[in-house]
Write a protein that binds this ligand. Structure first.
Ligand SMILES: NC(=O)c1ccc[n+]([C@@H]2O[C@H](COP(=O)([O-])OP(=O)(O)OC[C@H]3O[C@@H](n4cnc5c(N)ncnc54)[C@H](OP(=O)(O)O)[C@@H]3O)[C@@H](O)[C@H]2O)c1
Length: 325
């Protein structure tokens, strides 16, 4: 089969199309003939070698295609071996696409429990775009932060793949949605997904601007994948507010003031990926809301390097998709 084979770690140029052995399914595994895969920020981290994986490796966590043994059209849940507990994944947990070969390929093998029916309404590119980002957004908003209708949620970085799902899912659930972004155009596009307003985080005191949008009350939930932003995110919270975190795009360290945090009765909630139950709930929410994943761009698999360059330039809005055949 053809695949993007990572033989060394480094810049986007290490993503080269090559011939790779067809995956051979073991007991309980199935092979999926992929039609499309999608990028996640994680893929750039794997490519740089910051999440160590044996090489050569086929990256990629997201994919949709045809299950070879049954002919069913499927999407892939990228959480491998989540385990029995909803609260936390088990010791065998892993994310598809490093160290296990992933979806930047014509074929991928996964455990049979990781394939779910593809929503018929969605194109192959749209179906490949939602699993990891949609799952992360769903678990962050609902399983972890317990977002309810009528509450206000702030989503940081409107252009992020995860954020586009967070905005759509939160708006569909009846929450008031605010965003931050580096771009006025991205704030406007978030508005089309259901965000009421947004502020530019590159200029001025964005946390104060967010508070002003709430009449000084603050927001009930902040969805923060930027990391270094935690102190300002806390400043946006209403009393009893929840800060849910799962990324460090802007930096992996943050210093919090202890007293305002406990006086505010705040909660800090870490989350990562999601369980099979979260994924089933995400699929139901996507169908119920008629949600169509936001595609930034669709390219052939051979242009994986160009897609990584675009993601790292931060100019994208939504998901970058690669067609695998
Ligand atoms: N733990 C998990 O399970 C999990 C799962 C998925 C993703 N993640 C993490 O979540 C993050 C987002 O992933 P992704 O795939 O959606 O990435 P992505 O599409 O590359 O999005 C990155 C976005 O981060 C925003 N950003 C950068 N600096 C910011 C800042 N200072 N304040 C607010 N926003 C900022 C930018 O938004 P604008 O373009 O609007 O300025 C940018 O578009 C990554 O760190 C990723 O590793 C973690």
């Amino acid at each position: 089969m053809q695949a993007i084979l990572l033989r060394e770690t480094g810049g986007p140029e290490v993503l080269r199309l090559a011939e790779a052995p067809d995956p051979q399914p073991g007991a309980g595994e199935v092979v999926v003939e992929l039609r499309a895969c999608a990028l996640n920020r994680r893929d750039t981290i794997v490519r740089k070698g910051a999440y160590p994986s044996p090489l050569p490796l086929i990256p990629g966590s997201d994919g949709a295609g045809v299950r070879r043994d049954t002919g069913e059209e499927v999407v892939i849940l990228p959480s491998l071996r989540w385990g029995d507990r909803e609260t936390v994944p088990g010791p065998g947990f892993e994310i598809l696409g490093g160290p296990t070969d992933g979806t930047y390929a014509e074929l991928v093998k996964v455990p049979a429990e990781n394939v779910f029916p593809k929503p018929a309404r969605l194109s192959w590119a749209e179906a490949a775009a939602f699993p990891l980002a949609g799952l992360t957004a769903y678990r962050a908003l609902f399983s972890r932060a317990g977002l309810r209708a009528g509450e206000t949620v702030l989503v940081l970085g409107a252009g992020s793949g995860v954020s586009t799902f967070a905005v759509s899912l939160a708006a569909q659930a009846g929450a008031r949605v605010l965003v931050t972004s580096s771009s006025a155009a991205k704030i406007e596009r978030a508005g089309e997904l259901g965000a009421e307003a947004g502020v530019d985080y590159t200029a001025g005191d964005w946390a104060a601007e967010v508070r002003a949008l709430t009449g000084g009350a603050g927001v009930d939930v902040v969805v923060d994948s930027a990391g270094a932003t935690w102190p300002d995110s806390v400043r946006c919270l209403a009393p009893g507010g929840r800060l849910v975190v799962f990324g460090a795009t802007a930096g992996a360290t943050a210093q919090l003031e202890a007293r305002p945090f406990y006086f505010g009765q705040f909660s800090l909630l870490g989350t990562t990926m999601g369980s099979p139950r979260d994924f089933a709930a995400l699929l139901a929410a996507i169908e119920a809301g008629g949600i169509v994943p936001v595609l930034d761009s669709v390219r052939p698999l051979a242009e994986a390097a160009a897609a990584h360059e675009r993601m790292e330039a931060g100019v994208h809005f939504g998901k970058l998709v690669l067609e695998t055949r």
